[in-house]
Design a protein around this ligand. Sequence first.
Ligand code: UD1
Ligand code: CA
Length: 478
Amino acid sequence: DVILEVDQMSATDTQRPPLAVVILAAGLGTRMKSDVPKVLHEVCGRPMLSYVVDAALSVSPERVVVVTGPDQEAIADILPVGCERAVQQERRGTGDAVRAGLEPLERFRGDVMVLYGDVPLVDAGFVAALHRRHLEAEAAATLTTSELADPEHYGRIVRDDDGGVVRIVEYRDATPQERAVHEINVGLYVFRADALRPALGRLTSDNDQGELYLTDAVHLLLADGHTVASFRSDDEEMCRGVNSRVELAAVNAAMRRRLVERLMLAGVTVEDPATTYVDYGVEVGRDTVLRAGTHLLGRTTVGAACEVGPHSFLRDAFVGDRARVVSSHLHECVVGSGCSVGPFAHIRRNTVLAEGARAGTFVEIKNSRIGERSRVPHLSYVGDAVVGQDTNIAAGNITANYDGYEKHATTIGDRVRTGSDTVIVAPVNLGDDCVTAAGSVITRDVPPGALAVTREEQKNVEGYAARRVAERRTAPPS
Ligand code: UD1
Ligand code: CA
């Protein structure tokens, strides 16, 4: 049996040389016009560099080195354990960045995959295919290319009459004929380390930007008699780089489409994919319906058979099964199974709606627990409160939790019935089964089972309207 398994392994598995990945992330991202390093700009709620790191890790390399600038600690902070950081002291171009990335790999023998941190849509399948192509071609370098309908400012692939790669020319340095080429350099490569090192040493900055271009390594390798292979991808979208916020939006849209499609294939109904915004890592259970204009952001999880939207905004929210969330905002909260929220509710941080609870129209709840099956159906504010089970908070109730200096807590028991327009001035406790009269201002504890009334008794003035009419008739003209 063991022998059989060995037989089944492909040639590339058994002969694969060690692989290291170098990710370039030190660029200034000038065209972003930002104080944030370009590779930290987010794609579907996550720094774009993280996707590239995932792609790198997916090929099970021996080492992953991320090249950053000297002042970019923020990038180092998001790298997972196992990723090393190399510092490029001066931004002298992509060739110089790779040189910096190879510093910690001085003793490394094998293949080096180079990925650009601003090309975040590449996925595991894509880099695996590039790697396979490189191994099959037994090349000193394999570069990824793609044919774009609009090749914009990407580097162009120059080929000879036989179709062999001759060199990569940057758009800024290209002749009109070269600019007419639609095949572009995607910016993902595999090099044999021993061929790449000497080539990097011979790069010159004799170009429009005065930089050391990694792309120039290609013709240097060819000049030395090495084989350079190409891996041509027909997935235009996957090859998109981010240099401006316009491109960032395009890449976000593509990633979002991918994430929403993944949900649909997992059994989620998405009413309008074009207006459904889902961050990376968001989970949604099967048979849940996401209606138009729904945002599921951050670490949001939605259970099975829920209905969310239209127009709901959830960030870091956990929603159980069979819940409804209609036109509402939820932040850092837990909505239990079978709960109903909205329309137009605002559920804020540290709020828990226990199973079957309801937060209705124009209701704001902050840092509170609403017990099983309890309801806050209309026009209320509940803050810093613990509400028991099967309680009903009537329309227009306010927990006055702030005295201008400090926040105070309210506790409301089980099976409580408050009257409409009750103001509950914290700190205060309402016992189980108690009732408050409409319009009451509760400033003292209410014992279990009691009725609390804090308003003037009603006085009816009989015959008032008729008397007024009579008075006006007899009054002298003014
Ligand atoms: C680069 C390629 C171009 C290709 C395009 C694909 C070069 C010279 N050009 O152009 O052929 O079509 O990507 O998207 O390689 N970086 C550093 N240090 C530096 C400069 C850049 O780490 O000194 C990093 C950047 O952070 C970025 C990557 O290298 O992640 C690419 O640099 P960028 O300036 O964006 O290159 P492009 O002009 O897009
Ligand atoms: Ca770029």
